[in-house]
Ligand binder design. Sequence first.
Ligand SMILES: C[S@@+](CC[C@H](N)C(=O)[O-])C[C@H]1O[C@@H](n2cnc3c(N)ncnc32)[C@H](O)[C@@H]1O
Length: 494
Amino acid sequence: MSEQPRQPRRKPAAEGAGGRQSKPAKPYRRPQKDPVRMLAFEVLRAVDERDAYANLVLPPLLRKARQDESFQARDAALATELVYGTLRRQGTYDAVIKACIDRPLREVDPPVLDVLSLGAHQLLGTRIPTHAAVSASVELARVVLGDGRAKFVNAVLRKIAAHDMDGWLERVAPPYEDDAEEHLAVYHSHPRWVVSALWDSLGGGRAGIEDLLEADNERPEVTLVARPGRSTPQELLEAVGEDSALPGRWSPYAVRMAEGGEPGALEAVREGRAGVQDEGSQLVAMALAAAPVEGRDQRWLDGCAGPGGKAALLAALAADRGAFLLASEKQPHRARLVEKALAGNPGPYQVITADGTRPPWLPGSFDRVLMDVPCTGLGALRRRPEARWRRRPEDLDGFAPLQRGLLREALSAVRVGGVVGYATCSPHLAETRVVVDDVLKGRGAGAEPVSAELIDARPFMSGVPALGDGPDVQLWPHLHGTDAMYLALLRRTA
Ligand SMILES: C[S@@+](CC[C@H](N)C(=O)[O-])C[C@H]1O[C@@H](n2cnc3c(N)ncnc32)[C@H](O)[C@@H]1O
């Protein structure tokens, strides 16, 4: 590789003039600023430099860009695709870029890598013609990196352009037969440990895990919930427009915005009568509400309520039965979001800020309890394109005691005969079955076995196929079109 990424930036006037007398210097041309690529680059830098979330950084930048009339809806769509696609496929693109340079990736300046990844995505992951993808990336490099490093970008992208995605995957991924997990990690752009954990939980052969990993690389539809008693799916279908809205697959309260769109523009959402909520989360709240309890059914608790999606649905379902919901959340700012989500609920509720592992409530005071515990979020990779690269296996150790503590407290909070729903937005077995098993058997320092039994959650998700052997339930993006939510239902027995 002749060009080096860290070569000093040369003054434009000197460019091309060094020593080669026979060839006249090319006149200097100012680089073209392409607002779409500039915006995408800015988001990638924010994600990389300050651990920002793309789905939070991108919308305000798009809104600002749209103030200029020349930045049209299709520019916004392209910027979004470039950001999300580049972040999702980062693992694959890193492997390709690595094969095109003569140094370890960690020695390439991060802004240079971001420009290269954006270029790789345009070349390998979109229909943008090769010459346009290269020239747009080189122009971007000239603006944000300088002319010297733009030449390096040009050289690397020309190498990448020599093959299409399939050609590169054959070159950079090991054969499946030699190393199945690494093959899948490179082909489907997931960290290897995540492939391994998802496969352990999903089970089965190659086809299932490949479908799951690819589903993680799709952008999920926006799904709405019509909070019962406050709005109806019909109202949402009409508001979204019947040609672009679809009813939910599984939840009677769900409406899918199949063509995308801005949920905040809908009156019912602005007024809190409806919300944005994945169908998996709706199913979890509905299943907890549907499981039979023996006797009284008047006091419900959501012990990890923030930001309030499940609490709002539970509160509406509770109101229908004349039951009360206590929504508790440890983080004050998230408790305020719960307040907002529940405002206007037709039945009785209260929102408090409390640590669910040191609860202010008395043991045995609730008939139904939801503990939707903090977790790695490996079940929502579709939504947070950068999350898979940030998570580390060590994060599991951090969540483990908290998840066990919260489940133990949930089982203490519920009265004998009442029901607890233990939920995670992660299918990692260490956060799902292993936690439930440990708590029931009293494993861990100082822990006592708990008098509770697992009940079959599957009948309370009626009509939903492929729920496994039970008694707990694991939803999957590729099978259900939902986040990979997990739910175990437990009844307190003594
Ligand atoms: C997975 S989220 C819950 C999502 C929520 N059920 C919903 O549907 O919107 C977990 C929540 O638990 C909160 N949390 C973390 N530690 C907690 C604790 N010790 N006690 C109570 N809440 C806690 C987090 O702040 C976070 O808001």
